[in-house]
Design a protein around this ligand. Structure first.
Ligand code: MG
Length: 163
């Protein structure tokens, strides 16, 4: 029924271990941290979850199918590239982004100081106002990610509307 009203929804999750010797990219921005996300691309879990949610809402295959990590083209690729590609695809189908809600789970560092900058980056790529983007972070209190195995996890929920 909502699809008939021109709305489509997408949800996704991503997780990456945090290791020394990598940069920490979150939402298209480098965050000062002694550890970064291990991954084939830049390991930006927030952008990967968001990209997958967009693709899902648009009825496309997931990020791993469209941009396989077996392809050296995507090694250390900035994840804004994948998000921009997903935007191109959904726009070709006549969709625009209506609302986005994002949640990070991360024990350290604290991300709240970077919310405004991350929202600015995302609003530019998603072609929405920052008020259409929900962004918050929670810690796992060491329950999900023991100190010996730090990680970053991101949830993304998106609503698309036929333009
Ligand atoms: Mg990922």
């Amino acid at each position: 029924m909502l699809r008939e009203a021109g709305f489509s929804f997408g949800f996704s999750v991503d997780i990456h271990p945090l290791v020394e010797g990598r940069k920490l990219w979150i939402g298209g921005m480098e965050i000062p941290s002694p550890r970064g996300a291990l991954g084939h691309s830049d390991g930006d879990a927030l952008l990967h979850a968001l990209t997958d949610a967009l693709l899902s809402a648009g009825g496309f295959p997931d990020i791993g199918s469209l941009f396989p990590d077996s392809d050296p083209t995507y090694k250390d690729k900035e994840s804004t590239f994948f998000l921009k590609k997903a935007m191109e695809l959904i726009k070709e189908k006549g969709f625009r982004v209506y609302q986005v809600d994002l949640t990070l789970i991360l024990d350290t560092p604290k991300i709240a100081p970077y919310y405004p900058k991350i929202k600015e980056i995302l609003s530019s790529i998603l072609e929405v106002s920052p008020v259409q983007i929900g962004l918050k972070a929670r810690t796992s209190e060491g329950v999900l990610f023991p100190p010996t195995h730090p990680a970053i996890m991101a949830y993304a929920f998106v609503v698309l509307k036929l333009a």
